[in-house]
Design a protein around this ligand. Structure first.
Ligand code: ADP
Ligand code: MG
Length: 245
């Protein structure tokens, strides 16, 4: 698979809330099929960065491109948002809808896909995350791990160019984390382009192509998992990884 085509490019992105500078000039890119993990202390701007990528938060300056399209100057941001999957820490499911309907809703309401076809796509993605038998259950009847897998199926159903994950397993009981990480690992192996904020170092080490260490609104270090774990260059990275181990 080609890992050369750039799917996402972020260039000198800055964002402040009031007088608090949260992103202080962040630049990186994502190639097709690549999985990148962002690690770093809380309050460092990781969620803000992800939210800027689909313009849920408007950056103050800098540019974002999704393939050839500049997101930061887009006239039709809703069209671009359809191409960027988002998996949230708290799942973000509609509690009054079944798993199947949760996955279908973006297809029917946003993409205006006819109901039977939307159902077919949704079932395919629920099957991919191992939830074909739970299709007609409501979120309240599902475990946290199952809810998050519905969240992933919902993102997949839109055929996004990239999926952003913001601490997808942080809200889960420890025994449910593995099933979600395993689905994500399969996705990464299938060639999906994925940008994942997580504290799961095992996932970072074994699944990612590259790790970004972010602190205080800066990318401090960016390298392969081997480099990052065996030979972190920056003292801040060393300290962060040391605290985790
Ligand atoms: P992380 O995801 O790395 O924990 P965040 O991006 O959530 O960090 O937050 C970075 C900083 O920005 C924090 O100090 C947070 O309080 C602040 N922040 C985030 N969103 C907002 C907002 N909508 N309004 C004001 N401050 C915010
Ligand atoms: Mg966060």
């Amino acid at each position: 698979m080609s890992k050369e085509r750039v799917v996402l490019r972020v260039e000198n992105l800055k964002k402040a809330f009031g007088d608090k500078e949260v992103l202080k000039g962040v630049s990186f890119d994502m190639k097709e099929g690549e999985t990148k993990v962002i690690i770093g202390p809380s309050g460092t701007g990781k969620s803000t960065l992800l939210s800027c990528i689909n313009m849920l938060v408007t950056p103050d300056s800098g540019q974002i491109w999704l393939e050839e399209e500049e997101v930061t100057s887009a006239k039709n941001i809703n069209k671009i948002r359809q191409e960027i999957g988002f998996v949230f820490q708290d799942f973000g499911l509609f509690n009054h809808l079944t798993a199947l309907k949760n996955v279908m809703v973006g297809l029917t309401k946003v993409k205006k896909i006819e109901k039977d076809f939307a159902k077919e796509i949704a079932m395919k993605e629920l099957t991919r995350v191992g939830l074909e038998r739970e299709a007609n259950m409501y979120p309240a009847q599902l475990s946290g791990g199952q809810k998050q897998r519905v969240g992933i199926a919902r993102a997949l159903a839109m055929s996004p160019k990239i999926i952003l994950f913001d601490e997808p397993t942080s809200a889960l009981d420890p025994e449910l984390i593995g099933e979600v990480l395993s689905v994500m690992k399969n996705l990464a192996e299938s060639g999906m382009t994925m940008l994942v904020v997580t504290h799961e170092m095992g996932f970072a080490r074994t699944v990612s192509d590259e790790i970004i260490f972010m602190e205080h609104g800066h990318i401090v270090e960016q390298s392969s998992p081997e480099e990052m774990f065996k030979n972190p260059k920056n003292p801040r990275t060393k300290e962060f990884l040391f605290k985790l181990s």
